[in-house]
Write a protein that binds this ligand. Structure first.
Ligand SMILES: NC(=O)c1ccc[n+]([C@@H]2O[C@H](COP(=O)([O-])OP(=O)(O)OC[C@H]3O[C@@H](n4cnc5c(N)ncnc54)[C@H](O)[C@@H]3O)[C@@H](O)[C@H]2O)c1
Length: 260
């Protein structure tokens, strides 16, 4: 165990399972204090208990990401429990895959709401909280504290994917948010990057159920396999830590060589 995130207050949305859970536990192992958000409160509680069992402080928040109200709720949990926030990981997500001609308005709106609006709203709330302090520190020549946002996009958000016009649009939108926020916030030493992962989770396991389709899918990965959430998490640690203080506006593919 190292301490690259010692006492950093980190919000992770959708951290009840999958990639978000692995990120939360990797952050805990680095000494972070955690706000574990998930719409599934019992899953969030289990992750909080796991984080506490390795010595981290953790609190849960079960607001459904996708609105300004939920974003404010997550921020309020961080401020009430720990008094501040240093890192925001916008990870919560869902799929509603359908071909364009069969996709309902509801399927389109929900995916855009959770991923794109949710990322925007959480980023906005946290940045509204950060700006006054960061400006004061800058004016005093004391802008030494780092603040970080790590968004989550997808190979679909970089190259598109059949059956995912809602998801690809949302994830491409998150690329736009990442690059725009990096430009808007760099002057206050706020780093904004995104990870484009692929990992075997509840979200992706169904894609491998049919062996023929699975073989075809895995052939597209240079490494020939899906990663585990634990193989994705170290990149989030890097992007949340001082090690990445000179990195901003980047999309980091941790995808076994799917997008090259
Ligand atoms: N697994 C992959 O290969 C892959 C590939 C590309 C991108 N991603 C992205 O990574 C992120 C995590 O995916 P995963 O594979 O771990 O998925 P997952 O389904 O295993 O976990 C997602 C978590 O988010 C929670 N969640 C869903 N909607 C929520 C909401 N509105 N508010 C709060 N929590 C909510 C779920 O309850 C769940 O615990 C997502 O943004 C996903 O789009 C995953």
């Amino acid at each position: 165990m190292t301490s690259r995130l010692q006492d950093r207050i980190c919000i992770i949305t959708g951290a009840g399972r999958g990639i978000g859970r692995a990120v939360a536990l990797a952050f805990a192992a680095e000494g972070a204090r955690l706000v574990i958000n998930d719409v599934d409160a019992s899953a969030a509680k289990e992750v909080a208990a796991e984080a506490e069992s390795i010595g981290a402080r953790a609190v849960i928040n079960d607001a459904p990401i996708g609105s300004v109200q939920s974003a404010e709720s997550v921020l309020a949990t961080a401020l009430e429990t720990f008094g501040d926030v240093d890192v925001l990981v916008n990870n919560a997500g869902i799929l509603r895959d359908k071909m364009l001609h069969t996709m309902s308005e509801e399927d389109f709106d929900l995916v855009i709401q959770v991923h794109l609006k949710g990322t925007w709203a959480c980023g906005r709330s946290v940045v509204q909280h950060w700006r006054p302090a960061a400006k004061k520190e800058k004016e005093a020549g004391e802008l030494t504290r780092y603040r970080k946002i790590v968004n989550v996009t997808s190979p679909s958000g970089l190259i598109g994917a059949v059956g995912q016009s809602n998801y690809a649009a949302a994830k491409m939108g998150i690329v736009g948010l990442t690059k725009t926020w990096a430009k808007e916030l760099g002057g206050l030493q706020i780093n904004v990057n995104a990870v484009s992962p692929t990992a075997l989770t509840a979200m992706t396991e169904p894609l491998l159920e049919d062996p023929v389709a699975a073989e075809k899918r895995l052939a597209r990965f240079a490494l020939g396999r899906y990663g585990s959430p634990e193989e994705i998490a170290p990149t989030f640690v890097y992007l949340a830590s001082a090690d990445s203080n000179y990195v901003t506006g980047q999309i980091v593919c941790v995808d076994g060589g799917l997008v090259i």
